[in-house]
Every structure is written in C-alpha cells, then in structure tokens.
Design a protein around this ligand. Structure first.
Ligand code: NDP
Length: 254
C-alpha cells in the first residue's frame, strides 16, 4: 500500500470541451491534455486539415473531434456550437485559443494586419462566447478559458495590434467573469510568455538570446506547460478562481 495521500479528482472525466485553434501548437497540447483526462474534446482549425487529422491519428483511444471553423465568422461559430451540443449535449469547458500575429512597426501596419488580428484574436472570442454562454447558463455551470499573452501587459516593439487584441482579452475576461458569476460560470485567462510554436518562430529567430536573457527561468516555455494551466483552470481544483489572468511565462513579465 502506498503512503502517499490520495490525489484530488480533477472532475474532468466524462465532461465535454470545445477548443478553438487545436490543430497545432498550444491548442493541440490543450486538446491532448483535456482528452487524456477523459474529456470529449472538439477542436476547430481554419485551414490546416493535415495537422488537424494528425491530432486525431496520433491519439488513438482519445475522444477528439475536429471541425473546420473560422473563428472570425460568427454564424459558423454558432453552427459549430450547436453541432457540438447536439452531439454531446453540453459544453462544460470552452477554451478560446485560436490566434494570429501580424507584427510590424506601426506606420507599416496595413489595414488587413489590424482587421485579421482583431477579428481572430478578440472578435473570435466574442463569437464563441456568445454562442456557448446561453447553453452554460441553462446548466448553471461552465468554465471559459481565454488564451491571452504576456504582450497584453509587457510592451513589445512591432506588436501594437497584437498587444491591443490581447489586452482586450484580459478586459473581456474580467467583465464576463462578473457577468456570469451568479450563474456559476467561471471565466479566466492564461497569459503565455514565449512558447515554442510556429507562431513564435520568427521572433525567436530574430531576437532569441535577447529574449531568453530577460526570462527569469532563462528558457522558452513548452505548449504542454500552457496546457497544464488550462487543465487546472478547467478542473474542480480551480472552483474558487474567476476573473483572473494567470501568467505562465517563466517570469518574463516581471
Ligand atoms: P500557432 O500559430 O502554432 O497555431 C494557431 C492555431 O490557431 C492553429 O490551430 C490555427 O489553425 C488556429 N487558427 C488561426 N486562425 C484561426 C481562425 N481564424 N479560425 C480558427 N482557427 C484559427 O499558434 P500558438 O499555438 O503559438 O498560439 C496559440 C494561442 O496562444 C494564440 O492565441 C496566441 O496568440 C497565444 N500565444 C502564443 C504565444 C507563443 O509564444 N506561441 C505567446 C503568447 C500567446 P490552422 O492550423 O488551421 O492554421
């Protein structure tokens, strides 16, 4: 018999999650983490069908479903949520992860660099929350976790559009937490630092040493380290946490 105390049950087995942008990077790690805890996980992607199929084929035995849905399209978001609810009845956890960067110095930013970043990073969060919240309200339970960024609070050259979109996520998260608290729906954000994914490849190539020297832990983060934070905020272990922005950045923001 083991002397170690019994581990608390995270309470995720048998529940359902919807993760936007789950075909690659951080989103894929979140999908795999939640599905490994016994959740039925649906994820969206926008164009990379090959990567989306790989998430499923690399995880035999886990309940993972992929749907091609552009988060910028509110009608498509609504149809996606309705299809998921029709299949599994409830959405217990919504993770708004899909995001893009279009970094450039302010005078060089094209209109499209603004609209693509805002439409994906913040309008997409509105689209999925508006579609999911009525279902969560009727059940009087639910978790919403938005993926923000260290860039929301730490100024970065060439990131005005991206930083503004992530700052909007932080404000949105706090306001929605207040709005939904009475319905027992908890709303939080995770703010990653620099994580090793395709999105951060260019910035790591350009300024790698400068960045790591400013990170307290002197290394980049891994997608799994963000997924662990999302798993915690999804679980029963986080039952008294709402309206928070959890930095997972190796101390980069300090
Ligand atoms: P990746 O570029 O590796 O993956 C982005 C994912 O989002 C893909 O699954 C992509 O789908 C999907 N996506 C992009 N646009 C849309 C859209 N319009 N509709 C639906 N899905 C879309 O990014 P990361 O994993 O690095 O980033 C994930 C999140 O974490 C983002 O919100 C990002 O801002 C945030 N973040 C990342 C950091 C990092 O250092 N990597 C740091 C801080 C925050 P497809 O495969 O089809 O293209």
């Amino acid at each position: 018999m083991s002397d170690s105390p019994a581990q608390p049950d995270p309470g995720l087995a048998g529940k359902n999650a919807l993760v936007t942008g789950g075909s690659r990077g951080i989103g894929r790690a979140i999908v795999e983490r939640l599905a490994s805890s016994g959740m039925d996980v649906t994820f969206t992607y926008v164009s990379n069908e090959e990567a989306a199929n790989e998430v499923i084929s690399d995880n035999p035995g886990l309940k993972i479903t992929a749907m091609k849905v552009d988060v910028r399209d509110s009608g498509a978001a609504r149809a996606c949520v309705e299809a998921v609810v029709e299949r599994v009845e409830t959405i217990d956890v919504l993770v708004n992860n899909a995001g893009v960067i279009r970094d450039n110095l302010l005078p060089m930013l094209e209109d499209d660099d603004l609209s693509t970043v805002f439409d994906t990073n913040i309008q997409g969060v509105f689209n999925f929350c508006r579609a999911v919240v009525p279902f969560m309200m009727s059940k009087r339970t639910g978790r919403i976790i938005n993926i923000s960024s260290v860039s929301a609070e730490k100024g970065g050259r060439g990131q005005t559009n991206y930083a503004a979109s992530k700052g909007a996520i932080n404000s949105f998260t706090k306001a929605l937490a207040v709005e939904l608290g009475r319905r027992k729906i908890l709303v939080n954000a995770v703010a990653p630092g620099v994580i090793e994914t395709e999105m951060s490849q260019d910035v790591r190539d350009l300024a790698g040493d400068e960045i790591t020297s400013n990170i307290v832990l002197k290394r980049y983060g891994q997608p799994s380290e963000i997924a662990n934070a999302v798993w915690f905020l999804s679980s029963d272990l986080a039952s008294y946490i709402t309206g928070q922005i959890l930095s997972v950045d190796g101390g980069f923001k300090m």
